[in-house]
Design a binder for this molecule. Structure first.
Ligand SMILES: C[S@@+](CC[C@H](N)C(=O)[O-])C[C@H]1O[C@@H](n2cnc3c(N)ncnc32)[C@H](O)[C@@H]1O
Length: 205
């Protein structure tokens, strides 16, 4: 049975969570290694591990999410870590901020709108010369209809689908990769995540 990835779904998701990964996504760590810290937006920041890690590296970070429950956890984690992050409750599918960021990033955010439309929408918020980092669940060709363990089909993407969004006259593709990694949860289970990782840079002066 499939369902909408709406605010109710995500509030329930975060209310039900009793533990959170504390380590930042390794692709964020790799992809920002050579960047000079500036301003950053984490679109769909969840419990805040990536936003907090980036703030610890000297970036001025805004973490935005549709779920108040996720943001409450994130705020607790940033306070415990002693870093400043601006937490913002917003539905990013309709949000129209005036601000632009040197880095806009998103990890596994899947909203109610099609995945690629979401990436196109958040790309507008990259400052001239800035970067967009997308980490998404990889579309592996199999049909998945449930969120139990595997993401449903419409929440998955390929690196090729993502890079096709970016006109070569306006964006440079720095990374377009499909990767696997094993994560270990707080229980006995570990699982393999297959990801599409794309980083593009705005060519606007
Ligand atoms: C699978 S979680 C990933 C969280 C975090 N980025 C991570 O990697 O652990 C997806 C996140 O996207 C958020 N999200 C989904 N739809 C959204 C929307 N329309 N606007 C803002 N955030 C949204 C959810 O609340 C959730 O925190």
């Amino acid at each position: 049975m499939t369902h909408a990835f709406d605010k109710n779904y995500w509030e329930q998701h975060w209310d039900d969570r009793t533990s959170h990964f504390v380590a930042a996504n390794p692709y964020l760590v790799d992809e920002t290694a050579a960047m000079t810290p500036g301003t950053a937006l984490d679109a769909g920041c969840g419990a805040g591990a990536e936003a907090i890690w980036l703030a610890e590296q000297g970036w001025r970070v805004t973490g935005a999410d549709i779920s108040a429950a996720a943001l409450a956890t994130a705020a607790g984690q940033s306070e415990a870590a002693g870093v400043d992050v601006t937490w913002m409750e917003a539905d990013l599918t309709t949000w129209n901020p005036d601000e632009r960021w040197d880095l806009v990033m998103t990890h596994y955010a899947h909203p109610t709108i099609p995945q690629l439309d979401f990436y196109r929408h958040i790309a507008q918020w990259v400052a001239p010369g800035g970067s967009l980092l997308i980490v998404g669940h990889l579309h592996d060709g199999a049909q998945h209809h449930s969120h139990m363990g595997t993401p449903p089909d419409d929440a998955t993407v390929t690196a090729k689908d993502i890079t096709a969004l970016f006109d070569a006259t306006a964006w440079r593709v720095d990374t377009a990769a499909e990767r696997s990694r094993t994560v270990v949860g707080t229980g006995v289970h570990s699982k393999t995540l297959r990801d599409a990782v794309v980083r593009v840079t705005s060519l606007q002066p």
